[in-house]
Design a protein around this ligand. Structure first.
Ligand code: FAD
Length: 421
């Protein structure tokens, strides 16, 4: 039997930081909004991979300036309401003002904020196909455990991280650098029972992993990496086991999951034996999924360039602010390299980088936005994903309701909704 699903103004595929912000932006602009998510909860890599630190709400280095508010700030406020201990500001090991958070509170805060804004959410729903007519998407095909169904809308936002909607629509995507290499993927894991008053810096981690390797503990790869902690908590997230992705094919992804998951148990053993403060730690969560820093990106009407990021370019058609600097992970066994930028400054992300080059009513946000490889290394952080998501959601709502979305109109609506543009 044909399953009837209501028609929407805006459909958003993917409920990570970008997708949730897009849903808030579209709904607050007056659009009937549906969010489709293949997982049973929201947050994307922030929850599904346990990446527990928001970078990019502030500019890098000393004198941090807030560059993201609006939808992202609403989520932070709701997390505080649920539990004041759900996040706190930190100065990271690399000297940046970040927000370390508890992923489980993020899931619940996102549920509440979307419900409050009247966004319809379908979990356990994967977008598997796209119908286009005359250079526009008319509907997307979805699948759940009952079978397939179709959802129609006037405008669509791809916030799948992997540009899955762009790809399924047959529009052009980008992959990696000139050598076809993307950034390393990492499987985070969480430990409890940690004495977080001890030195858990990348240097301390390195000392422990080197000793563990010398003692013959197998399968350890990266020696230096981050342990993310929150004030007053004995739980930490660890970002170490890494691999280089080559494609999005399930055979390849399965190998990556197996390889990194096997590493986790040996890192736990290494920490228990050689990292002071971790003697009594217990493994609480692996992943659940490997975290992809980079896969497919959308080819947009415009591209954020390396020069835009490094020169902190401001532009009249900017619809989101990027505060981060290029953070490049091109070796699975090493920590990132950073390209330095001036303190306290940001770059503007133009609307064109959120508009699919060839499909009129398709927008993209989050880590898939149209960017050169070096610029990508700065725009992918979650503070910026909230900001580009918010902008793409507003743009999609205006496209659906007024038939067009120009930068001036999008900026005005974003300002009305409390975003920084
Ligand atoms: C190991 C690691 C460490 C990182 N460290 C940091 C950090 O410290 N701070 C920081 O700010 N950023 C960090 N990042 C980057 C950041 O986590 C990501 O770039 C960001 O979370 C991407 O958000 P997004 O919303 O674009 O996509 P995602 O979070 O990937 O969300 C995409 C969502 O779309 C869903 N989806 C995909 N395809 C479909 C489909 N076909 N149908 C339905 N749903 C679909 C997915 O299930 C997912 O929920 C890190 C990334 C990794 C991997």
């Amino acid at each position: 039997m044909e399953r009837e699903i209501k028609r929407y103004d805006v459909v958003i595929a993917g409920g990570g930081t970008a997708g949730v912000a897009a849903a808030i932006g579209a709904a607050q602009a007056g659009a009937q909004t549906l969010l489709l998510e293949r997982n049973p909860y929201l947050g994307g890599e922030a929850t599904h991979s346990g990446v527990a630190a928001f970078c990019g709400f502030f500019t890098c280095g000393g004198n941090p300036v807030q560059v993201v508010a609006g939808a992202g700030e609403q989520i932070l406020e709701e997390m505080q309401r649920l539990s004041p201990a759900s996040w706190n500001y930190v100065i990271s090991a690399t000297g940046n003002k970040n927000i370390n958070f508890h992923p489980e509170y993020l899931k619940c805060a996102m549920d509440n904020v979307l419900e409050k804004n009247g966004v319809a959410c379908l979990f356990h729903t994967r977008v598997t196909g796209v119908h286009t007519e005359n250079g526009r998407i008319v509907s997307v095909e979805c699948v759940d455990d009952e079978g397939g169904f179709t959802v129609a809308a006037d405008a669509f936002v791809d916030t799948t991280g992997d540009a899955n909607v762009v790809h399924l629509a047959g529009a052009e995507t980008l992959w990696g650098d000139a050598d076809g290499q993307v950034q390393a993927a990492t499987l985070p894991f969480r430990l409890s029972g940690v004495d977080t008053s001890q030195d858990l810096s990348p240097a301390a981690v390195e000392r422990a992993v080197v000793r563990a390797k010398e003692a013959g503990i197998p399968y350890l790869t990266k020696e230096k990496g981050f342990v993310l902690k929150r004030e007053g908590s004995h739980q930490v997230s660890v970002l170490l086991p890494s691999v280089m992705p080559k494609s999005m094919e399930s055979r390849e992804l399965s190998k990556m999951e197996l390889d990194t998951r096997r590493q986790v148990l040996y890192y736990v053993e290494a920490f228990q034996k050689y990292l002071p403060g971790m003697e009594n730690c217990e493994l609480t969560v692996i992943g659940p999924s490997i975290g992809f820093r980079e896969t497919r990106r959308m080819k947009g009407k415009e591209r954020v360039t390396a020069d835009d990021v490094l020169s902190r370019r401001k532009r009249p058609d900017g619809v989101a602010r990027g505060g981060w600097k290029p953070e490049i992970h091109k070796d699975a066994n090493k920590m990132a390299e950073y390209l330095e930028v001036s303190e306290g400054s940001w770059f503007d992300i133009p609307l064109g980088a959120l508009q699919c080059a060839s499909i009129g009513n398709l927008f993209g946000a989050g880590r898939l936005i149209s960017s050169e490889e070096t610029a990508f290394a700065a725009v992918r952080v979650m503070g910026t994903c909230f900001a580009t998501g918010h902008a793409a959601g507003v743009a999609a709502a205006l496209q659906a309701k007024e038939g067009r979305a120009d930068a001036a109109r999008v900026r005005a609506e974003l300002e009305r909704q409390g975003a920084l543009v």
